[in-house]
Write a protein that binds this ligand. Structure first.
Ligand SMILES: Cc1ncc(COP(=O)(O)O)c(C=O)c1O
Length: 418
């Protein structure tokens, strides 16, 4: 097919004046509906906790006992002392921990992070909001490439062993944003036991997609806290999670887990910023799930909605780009994203072309620190919100845009494309 023919196809799509969006990892309306019972579950007649605690007043700094128990099981930590239940967003907890590290230092810091130059390792491609937190606080970001098992550990080990200013690493360990891939046991063990020049090094273990399987084919993640404790690095991980993509995004419940020393440090700081969290929302969530098994059951309903969307995205990629050598993409067992790599130098062009034809994609570069993908090749696809029909059209356009961009920069001769 010639470039002219590809462009004719593209113009035909443009005349349809589509408005499709595969840019944000948001739950669809149908997914939100799955949790509507939350809106009726606490009433004016029935708002006490299961143990009869008042939920309308101040107090309960680190969460209701029943909610801590639920998140203890979710985070897979060994006691409720290793849990702090937060507000509506795990991102707030991550931001707050780093902010307090900067002003006061961690529980085992000799010096507040703000009194020194500090750096974080940022596995790439990664989650833009993690990078934005670093940027916001002036933390230098060191990108490290990921493979299908997680970050390149040879590089990570070498960096942290030799530079005491490296204080942290971001990890989305399961069904990562954007690759959808999970850390192998070996990566978990190496992260837990590696020697760090900084004695107050932290892993921000953002397990946002811990229970977000697409099918029975589930990734299993090794327990980071157990592994760190076994290596004598009890204070290394902060484990984050929330129900944003389980119940309501922006109106769920978040939590952090870690060693008692870390949690006591965090509780100590929380004392100054709140007199207590929203316990009514905690009661809602406890009643809705009942227990961790209830939460897992609920996730099966999400999977039923998400799986066909992922399947459609992958099948169009395979039909249109499979065998062309123009692109590679991940095939996740869970999460919210597929990571697409187009030829070097083409991602921005593909996103721009898709935009011209009415398909909104995450900005090229967003998956890298400072929004700069050195290869200009990575594109994050978010199939959760559009319908399967919309995904079919959107992905036809993304694939066509990839072919056009590749021909434009002479990666392939147009004659070899069908
Ligand atoms: C990896 C990751 N962490 C955190 C979040 C945000 O979570 P929350 O709503 O709990 O702040 C997202 C949302 O897209 C995410 O992808």
């Amino acid at each position: 097919m010639t470039l002219d023919q590809l462009q004719t196809q593209f113009e035909a799509f443009k005349t349809k004046k589509l408005a499709l969006d595969m840019s944000r990892g948001k739950p669809s309306a149908a997914q939100l509906d799955l949790s509507n019972e939350l809106l009726d579950i606490v009433t004016s007649k029935d708002y006490l906790s299961s143990q009869g605690a008042e939920t309308r007043n101040y107090g309960g700094l680190d969460g209701l006992p029943e909610t801590k128990e639920l998140f203890k099981n979710f985070l897979e930590v060994s006691s409720v002392e290793e849990v702090v239940v937060g507000g509506n967003a795990s991102l707030t907890i991550m931001h707050d921990i780093i902010s307090r590290g900067i002003t006061h230092g961690m529980c085992d810091s000799e010096l507040a992070w703000g009194k020194q130059t500090i750096k974080f390792i940022c596995p790439v491609p990664g989650y833009d909001r993690h990078f934005s937190i670093c940027q916001h606080f002036g933390i230098e970001m060191i990108p490290v490439a990921c493979n299908e098992n997680g970050p390149d550990m040879d590089q990570v080990e070498q960096l942290v062993a030799n530079d005491a200013s490296i204080k942290g690493i971001w990890i989305v360990p399961k069904y990562s944003n954007p690759t959808g891939l999970s850390c192998s046991d070996e990566v978990v063990d190496r992260l837990s036991s590696m020697k760090t020049a900084a004695n107050d090094f932290r892993i921000f273990w953002d397990n946002a997609y811990a229970v977000h399987h697409l099918s029975e084919d589930k990734d299993v993640l090794k327990n980071i806290l157990t592994s760190c404790k076994a290596a004598g690095n009890d204070n290394r991980p902060f484990i984050l999670c929330s129900t944003s993509k389980i119940t309501f995004a922006g109106a769920g419940v978040s939590a952090v887990g870690g060693s008692v020393a870390n949690m006591d440090w965090y509780r100590g700081h929380l004392f100054f910023s709140t007199i207590g969290p929203d316990k009514l929302n905690q009661v809602r969530h406890n009643r809705f799930f009942k227990n961790i098994e209830g939460l897992h059951k609920h996730m099966e309903k999400h999977a039923a909605l998400l799986k066909p969307r992922f399947e459609k995205t992958l099948s169009i990629l395979e039909t249109e780009l499979g065998g062309t050598g123009l692109a590679t993409w991940t095939k996740p067992n869970g999460g919210y994203f597929i990571s697409l790599d187009v030829p070097n130098g083409c991602a921005k062009r593909v996103v721009a072309l898709a935009g011209e034809a009415g398909v909104k994609l995450t900005g090229a570069g967003a998956t890298y620190p400072d929004k700069k993908d050195p290869n200009d090749s990575n594109i994050r696809l978010a199939p959760s919100c559009p319908t399967v029909n919309e995904i079919e059209q959107a992905m036809q356009i993304v694939c066509l845009a990839t072919k056009i961009a590749a021909v434009e920069v002479d990666i392939v001769k147009d004659s070899v494309l069908s």
